[in-house]
Design a protein around this ligand. Structure first.
Ligand SMILES: [Cu+2]
Length: 96
């Protein structure tokens, strides 16, 4: 999954991903500093990048169980300005 971060939104390339290992690449395409965290439904931050300056790239790697998760920028007030979006981790379809 690739995520573009800018003022003030997070734009992920996918909103549904299969269960298992997930690699999230994030690029700050904006003009302010941002970061990217993966947040679970219980509010826990599972992974977080360092602060990304304009043009910076970072990568998060994680194994996730099925469910709903959030991508969020944790820089003060950025989430409230719109830098949060959900994605879903889904079990693979059963083979026939
Ligand atoms: Cu931000």
């Amino acid at each position: 999954m690739l995520v573009h971060a800018s003022e003030f939104r997070l734009n992920p390339s996918r909103r549904v991903v299969p269960v298992g290992r997930l690699i999230v690449q994030v690029k700050n395409i904006g003009e302010d500093d941002h970061n990217l965290a993966i947040r679970a439904a219980n509010g826990h931050i599972l992974r977080i990048t360092p602060v990304l300056h304009p043009g910076d790239l970072a990568e998060l790697r994680i194994r996730l169980t099925p469910g709903r998760y959030w991508l969020v920028c944790t820089i003060p007030e950025h989430e409230g300005h719109g830098m949060v979006t959900a994605f879903t981790v889904r079990k693979p379809a059963r083979r026939r």
